[in-house]
Design a protein around this ligand. Structure first.
Ligand code: SAH
Length: 212
């Protein structure tokens, strides 16, 4: 997601209490950031953050962290938090390539990937968030019994993501090629901004849940 570069967004992010400014400093001690030992779940590429804000409101006993690369997008999330603050959610502005420098081994309980950028050119496959290169990073930070949940409306990206599992040592627990007509997988579903947009024009939504 690219929004018009909003002037001053970096400054507003640097001044926001909802953004963790030096996330590397909390590696291995995120429980201190939240002031409790509750599980930590993260969304990588959170966009404007609506999905995480809804999850955080629904379950205050889980801690959430949203990771977003672009300041102009993250700013929208901050504005939503200012309008309706939630205690158990923080944001980080960073490229997820560096995620292992921000979370320690097995520090994360669950990872959400929602409508990740498809990077359609083969030579950019490594940048895709469900690629084997990223799965290796997630393997470091995710608890042994933790899961990754991935949703997309992009068929090619979903196929690619499925093909990456075996070489990277992951196991497919559940999947659907039409989430919105899958009663069981729809239970407790929280729509993301992209999900709302793409499902409203009739695109089926793909989803998998994986573990090792
Ligand atoms: N999850 C949201 C947004 C999807 S768009 C939703 O479902 O509505 C994908 C988002 O991922 C964009 O905001 C993009 O900036 C972010 N993103 C892409 N690559 C990233 C990376 N390497 N690190 C962090 N964020 C990334």
């Amino acid at each position: 997601m690219r929004l018009r570069n909003i002037s001053g967004s970096r400054e507003m992010i640097a001044a926001s209490d909802y953004v963790i400014q030096d996330p590397q400093e909390h590696r291995g001690s995120w429980n201190e950031v939240f002031g409790n030992d509750n599980p930590i779940r993260i969304e990588i590429g959170m966009g404007k953050g609506r999905f995480l804000m809804e999850l955080a409101k629904r379950d205050p006993r889980i801690n959430y962290v949203g990771v977003e690369k672009y300041s102009s997008v993250l700013l929208r999330g901050i504005q939503k938090m200012e309008a309706e603050p939630v205690q158990n959610l923080y944001f980080i502005r960073m490229d997820a390539e560096e995620i292992t420098s921000v979370f320690g081994p097995e520090e994360v309980d669950r990872i959400y990937l929602n409508f990740s950028d498809p990077w359609p050119k083969d030579r950019h496959a490594k940048r895709r968030l469900p690629s084997r290169e990223f799965l290796r990073r997630y393997d470091e930070i995710l608890k042994r019994d933790g899961v990754i949940e991935f949703k997309t409306d992009n068929r090619d990206l979903f196929r690619f993501a499925l093909d990456e599992l075996e070489p990277a040592g992951w196991r497919l627990d559940r999947m659907t090629e039409d989430l919105h007509h899958d009663e069981e997988m729809m239970r407790d579903n929280v729509m993301t901004e992209y999900e709302e947009r793409f499902s409203s024009i009739g695109n089926p939504i793909y989803k998998y849940i994986i573990s090792r």
